[in-house]
Design a protein around this ligand. Sequence first.
Ligand SMILES: *[C@@H]1O[C@H](CO)[C@@H](O)[C@H](O)[C@H]1NC(C)=O
Ligand SMILES: *[C@@H]1O[C@H](CO)[C@@H](O)[C@H](O)[C@H]1NC(C)=O
Length: 400
Amino acid sequence: MVKRPLVWWEGVAALVTALALVLLVGFTWEASQSALLPPPAAHTHHRPPLRGHPGLYPPPAPLLDLPAISLVANTPACDTSPFLLVLLVISHPAHAALRDAHRTYVSWETLNALGARRVFILADGSKGLQVDYPTVPVARVLQESGLHRDLVVADFKDHYRNLTYKHALALSWATHFCPHARYLLKMDDDIMVDVWGVVKLLQAGLVVDHWGQVHPGDSGHRRLEPEGIWVAGLVQRGLQPQRGSGKWRVTKAEYPRHIYPNYLAGWAYLATQPAATAIMRAASNATPFWIDDVYMTGTVAVAAGVPRYALNKHYTLMRGAATCCLEGPHQPLGKPHPWPSPAPLCGLLVAPSDKNVTILKAWLTTARACHEGRGCPSPPPNSCPPTRPHYGVGTVIALS
Ligand SMILES: *[C@@H]1O[C@H](CO)[C@@H](O)[C@H](O)[C@H]1NC(C)=O
Ligand SMILES: *[C@@H]1O[C@H](CO)[C@@H](O)[C@H](O)[C@H]1NC(C)=O
């Protein structure tokens, strides 16, 4: 091949290409940096600051029978002045859309105004395949943590058979990093909770009747104090291990007895700080059973002497009951739901979303509108399916 000298426009083209490359690399680098930086000040002034919290990353410590667990991400979401309620939302790294729905429809500012905070509890989703759960690189979770500062991420493997560790992590995190929250609400990321109603309930004070049912108010019954040891939620009684096949199959080696102790559905339940401490103390020496709610609010709570009280009438196990309620005709505007009922959504505080973000959004925005006096749905009586199946959900419970 004959060598020829460069003509002038070839030199210019090379220069332009080089310049473009430098700009592109610089821009990409900057974009990747800004993704890790906190969002602009306008969005952050109510959020916890990131710096100045050296205590957020203590040395590895045991969690149940896992010998050494570290936090990969943590948050100073619980500031030092006392507040009412912390939501401990068990989540999976792959559920970013559900977390974003919670953040959008119950914002940090809304929670602040209610005296509440919220953290999501995650483990390591970067290893191993789980059906329905794509693996998520740790870097992506850290980026989300940098943006929202509401993640608690531990370094054990995220897997449904490790749910008991996540549940324990939530309670233990709350007692260590959130001692100023008067109440804890342990919940799952696909559960719809009327947080406005829960806050009203807690502000009203709680009493428990002879059947273990919780009511708002302070007259006629035994009071449930925030300093006391108790948990409250959907009491499930007389349920049996699923011995057949499938994801939730429990072998006799894992759980030899025929029947589970009464326990609270892990979907969402309230606990006091002393109850969380008592449960964690009793749990720490034992080999955990992997069905987390049976274990933590059943077996361990019984061993720890933590009474479980019923908010059953405010729960539905059926998404259809919740969506039917939402679709009901709305009361006229400007008519706030009458006190003392804290649950304007057909009496419900807790319902499943089946991971459907559309329904989660509808539930949360409707709950908010109800509590702000902008109208509530009120379907005609008996037009919706029953709120619960009849099995396993006791309204009358033994208190031991
Ligand atoms: C649970 O987490 C531990 C610690 O990371 C891991 O060794 C174990 O394999 C996990 N269990 C499952 C079923 O993935
Ligand atoms: C979520 O629920 C809405 C309303 O019921 C429905 O139209 C939609 O198809 C559901 N989405 C998914 C992904 O199931």
